[in-house]
Design a protein around this ligand. Structure first.
Ligand SMILES: Nc1ncnc2c1ncn2[C@@H]1O[C@H](COP(=O)(O)OP(=O)(O)OP(=O)(O)O)[C@@H](O)[C@H]1O
Ligand SMILES: [Mg+2]
Length: 469
């Protein structure tokens, strides 16, 4: 994205020289010859960096600095000063200026200035990413996020495809797959394997956000664009400049936002809400959905032109039930993860329990497998997970022939039905608490934590169910 630089200086020659120099270096340059003109440009144009002369005709330079920082706290101000006025410059830095530079004619000085300005732009970019990450509790990618775990041919092929896509840093991707198949994981893998890995990966869920909210989240808004817009806000597309953005549940994107997204995909430009200026960014867009977009097009809720634009690079993530023995492979991986997390040393699933995992149809896919494994590990007092540690509806599958071929796995197995598998909720709770107590060697504080209830509630229940030892 082209950085914007504002020069506030009343000397025409300085204005002209700096403008010429920075425009050549790829900046968008604005100029003001008075403080008040400069302040209003800061408000309207939100430049990334301001070069501010401390001696201006209409206002004390330090006061101007304060007002600029007030209206644009996430920009950088570099103060320009003449020889012999260091004190003011030092004071300016104390008040939040990025730096100060001595005004001196000459090429060398211009180069030094440009270095400082470009350093400031880089710092702002990092800060913006950092504050986004802080807000969203993001962390750096672990190795796990780089390789897609699994041995099934469909997963190995998918991993290869991810590599190819990663090497084409601008391709727009459409991730398709049932809920819990790992679409988010694949999106992160694409980002972290690509040359964009050191830039931001931002994600936004398009479902459940009103048109206005999604608009301002994605594209940002100018100050005063609507009643609550007290200051300018950059959208995620700006934060993600140079990186990747995941638009999750794209099928649910409000219709009014769809043409704006299409424009971003086609021209890489957009406007902030309430803004007049086109902003150009360099981002890879990854979209994901578990819905049938074609049907949404037919139903008239998804734009056909956007559909065809996204369809260029579709990536299908197979449901877990079609991945053969990867069910066991992933289950074992999760056992290792939860061993570390729960401070346990389980070996894994017993053979019978493995048969059940293989026979189940996993409508919630990998997410469900992960949850089932975690729950079983909490309940399991020994070093091997047995059928009884699995949820009741899975236990009903004991003795079902094991599926091995992918063809066979495509049809979900009928689950046990009828009333015989139900017990009363009170009994269920009692058993569950008993197992949790065993799992923690009867440590009540830990048990309460595991069950997500307070210690006193747990003590009440222990009393009520006569679970005292
Ligand atoms: N291949 C895998 N290896 C390890 N963990 C996985 C794998 N696939 C998915 N997961 C885990 O399963 C959970 C769900 O994955 P993810 O959020 O990527 O699914 P999704 O396809 O985006 O689902 P949804 O459509 O519901 O948003 C996450 O905890 C993820 O870490
Ligand atoms: Mg998801």
């Amino acid at each position: 994205m082209q950085p914007t630089l504002l020069i506030i200086d009343d000397e025409p020659l300085i204005q002209k020289t700096l403008r010429h120099h920075f425009e050549r270096k790829g900046y968008r340059v604005l100029g003001a010859s008075t403080a008040s003109e400069g302040i209003s440009l800061v408000r309207d144009e939100t430049p990334d960096v301001v070069l501010l002369d401390l001696r201006l005709p209409d206002l004390d330079g330090l006061d101007a600095l304060d007002r600029i920082k007030d209206s644009q706290p996430d920009g950088a101000v570099i103060v320009l000063t003449a020889h012999g006025t260091y004190e003011n410059a030092v004071e300016a830095v104390k008040r939040g200026a990025e730096d100060f530079l001595i005004k001196e004619p000459g090429e060398g000085n211009l180069a030094a200035m440009e270095l400082r300005v470009s350093q400031a732009v880089e710092r702002l970019r990092k800060d913006r990413i950092h504050s986004y990450y802080k807000q969203h509790f993001r962390r750096r990618a672990s190795d796990r996020e780089l390789a897609l775990p699994g041995e099934h041919p469909s997963i190995r092929a998918l991993d290869g495809l991810i590599d190819l896509i990663a090497q084409n840093p601008s391709t727009t991707v459409l991730l398709l797959g049932e809920s819990g198949t790992g679409k988010e994981l694949v999106a992160k893998a694409i980002h972290h394997k690509s040359g964009r890995r050191d830039r931001a990966f931002v994600e936004i869920n398009c479902a459940g956000l009103s048109e206005n909210l999604l608009d301002s989240e994605l594209f940002g808004h100018e100050r005063g664009a609507f009643t609550d817009a007290k200051s300018m806000k950059r959208g995620l597309l700006e934060v993600a400049d140079g990186g990747s953005v995941l638009l999750d549940e794209i099928g649910d994107m409000p219709q009014a936002v769809q043409p704006k997204l299409l424009r971003v995909l086609e021209t890489r430009t957009f406007r902030r809400v309430g803004g007049l200026r086109d902003i150009t960014v360099d981002v890879r867009t990854i979209t994901a959905t578990n819905r049938d977009l074609k049907k949404l097009v037919e139903a008239g809720t998804f734009r056909e032109d956007l559909y065809y634009r996204l369809k260029v690079m579709p990536v299908e993530i197979p449901p877990l039930r079609e991945r053969g023995r990867d069910v066991l492979f992933l289950a074992q991986l999760f056992v290792q993860d939860f061993n570390a997390l729960l401070k346990k040393r389980l070996r894994g699933f017993s053979e019978q329990a493995q048969d059940i995992l293989m026979a189940y149809s996993w409508p919630g896919n990998v997410r469900e497998l992960k949850n089932v494994t975690e729950r079983a590990m909490i309940l399991c007092p020994g070093d091997e997970i047995l059928p009884e540690h699995l949820p009741a509806d899975l236990q009903g599958l004991a003795g079902t022939p094991v599926r091995v071929s992918p063809e066979e796995t495509a049809t979900p197995k009928p689950r046990r039905r009828g009333s015989d598998r139900f017990i009363s909720l009170a009994d269920l709770e009692k058993n569950y608490i008993r197992e949790a107590l065993e799992a923690t060697d009867r440590n009540r504080t830990q048990t309460a934590k595991l069950l997500g209830i307070s210690r006193s509630t747990l003590l009440d229940k222990i009393k009520r169910y006569h679970l005292k030892d």
